[in-house]
Design a protein around this ligand. Structure first.
Ligand code: S3P
Length: 436
């Protein structure tokens, strides 16, 4: 195989204590809010993956001071506004980066052209453009609201926006634009999504009101507010921690601890689901780190059983269904995952690619328009060559599958893993995994 592939094969048990890389969602937000604020923001534990580095470069392109002080330590010096970038802002593979930055940029009287890699250029931006348009932003773009796209912002009107899809990216784009809208904004989300933007806005001195009603979660950001630079500690990403934890659950004799993992209740639906499947998971040292709960999570090899995942849990684990599907391949009986149509518009169509990859490895799998049913057993044949379409989570999920399969599993385009989990292969090897 060429260096453009990685192969995972079955070896001994996985053992050890690791730290997951910094949370991707919080890392993007720390850079963007720091850039919109006045004064100095010091960040520690920033995820230095490709997606987040693109956001750092974008903030510099908007005239903000961005410096790397050391590993995971960054300083952002904002002046309370953006200046017009001299060139195209390229967000690479990052949907969160481009959508949040569009929201932030819409608040200023600037013209910005955004683009991204082939995956990002294929993803829908209409979901963000719709509320920004209601606020008064204008744009020209490719058919279907695709990148490249040129956005003109400034002089925004207030909006009360009800999210048609459960998307924290859209919610965040509206809130960030709302910081510079005359009169503020209101967002109603029928299903609660990750709330890092709301929390962090408060940490930067803004007033944000959140109330629960029959219609869902109502978030009100009053107008006329400005942000002050702050210190941000970025906890370990539960979406990355999921890979070594599930690897331990399916590899006999294993015990792996991930330290300092974010325990925000809107992010850890996977732990509940794995618990329902009979996983031996221990959460210890629960603590508050910079306004977010964190803990150390230990997973020990477990005989899993299939479950029906409640569809309303989807927003709290939307990025974890690929690795859940791998756990399901080793669980007795069917695991039914429904209400996950959003997976089709991630870095790839993740329902389709998981179904194809698992089937190539001998796993019984059924694809539905908005669902996936995986019927597992005590062993998986493996042996597949998996097409990842450059999706980091598809690649890592199948490598974890290969660690416990009878025959090795090969994935293509492994370089994309660095978008969210630089050092993944080295970390897994340190636990005893055979990946080459
Ligand atoms: C994210 C929100 C989710 C998630 C993505 C990160 C965020 O996307 O899939 O990886 O940081 O706000 P959606 O908002 O599209 O659901």
């Amino acid at each position: 195989m060429t260096a453009a592939h990685l192969t995972a094969r079955r070896a001994g048990p996985l053992k050890g204590v690791v730290r997951a890389p910094g949370d991707k969602s919080i890392s993007h937000r720390a850079l963007i809010l720091g850039a919109m604020a006045t004064g100095v923001t010091e960040i520690e534990g920033l995820l230095e993956g490709d997606d987040v580095k693109r956001t750092a470069a974008a903030m510099a392109a908007f005239g903000v001071g961005v410096e790397r002080l050391g590993e995971g330590r960054w300083r952002v010096t904002g002046k309370g506004g953006f200046t017009e970038p001299a060139d195209v802002v390229d967000c690479g593979n990052a949907g969160t980066g481009v959508r949040l930055i569009m929201g932030a940029a819409a608040g200023f009287p600037l013209c910005t052209t955004f683009t991204g890699d082939a995956s990002l250029r294929g993803r829908p931006m209409n979901r963000v453009l719709k509320p920004l348009g209601q606020m008064g932003a204008t744009w020209i773009c490719r058919e279907g609201g695709r990148l490249p796209l040129t956005l003109r912002g400034g002089a925004l009107k207030p909006v009360a926006y009800r999210l048609p899809e459960p998307s924290a990216q859209v919610k965040s784009a509206v809130l960030l634009a709302g910081l510079n809208a005359d009169g503020g904004v209101e967002v109603i989300e029928p299903e609660a999504t990750r709330d890092h933007t709301e929390r962090m806005l408060r940490g930067f001195g803004a007033q944000v009101e959140v109330t629960a009603s029959g219609a869902g979660r109502r978030i009100v950001l009053p107008g006329g507010q400005s942000l002050r630079g702050a210190s941000v500690h970025v906890p370990g990403d539960p979406s990355s921690a999921a890979f070594p934890l599930v690897a331990a659950l399916i590899t006999p004799g294993s015990e792996v601890t991930v330290e300092g993992m974010l325990m925000n209740g809107l992010r850890i639906g996977l732990l509940d689901t794995l618990g329902d499947m009979g996983a031996d998971l221990a959460v210890t040292n629960l603590r508050d780190e910079g306004g977010e709960a964190t803990a150390d999570v230990t997973a020990r090899y477990s005989e899993l059983v299939g479950v029906e995942v409640p569809p309303e849990r989807a927003p709290s684990m939307i990025d974890e269904y690929p690795i859940l599907a791998v756990a399901a391949a080793f669980a007795r009986g069917p695991t039914v995952m429904r209400g996950i149509g959003e997976m089709r518009v991630k870095e790839s169509d993740r329902i389709s690619l998981m179904a194809r990859g698992l089937a190539a490895c001998g796993v019984e799998v059924e694809e539905e328009p908005e669902g996936l049913i995986v019927t597992g057993g005590s062993s998986v044949r493996g042996g597949g060559l998996v097409t990842t379409h450059g999706d980091h989570r598809i690649a890592m999920s199948h490598l974890v599958l290969g660690l416990a399969s009878e025959a090795s599993v090969i994935v293509d385009e492994p370089g994309m893993i660095a978008t969210s989990f630089p050092g993944f292969v080295e970390l897994m090897r340190g636990l005893g995994a055979e990946i080459s």
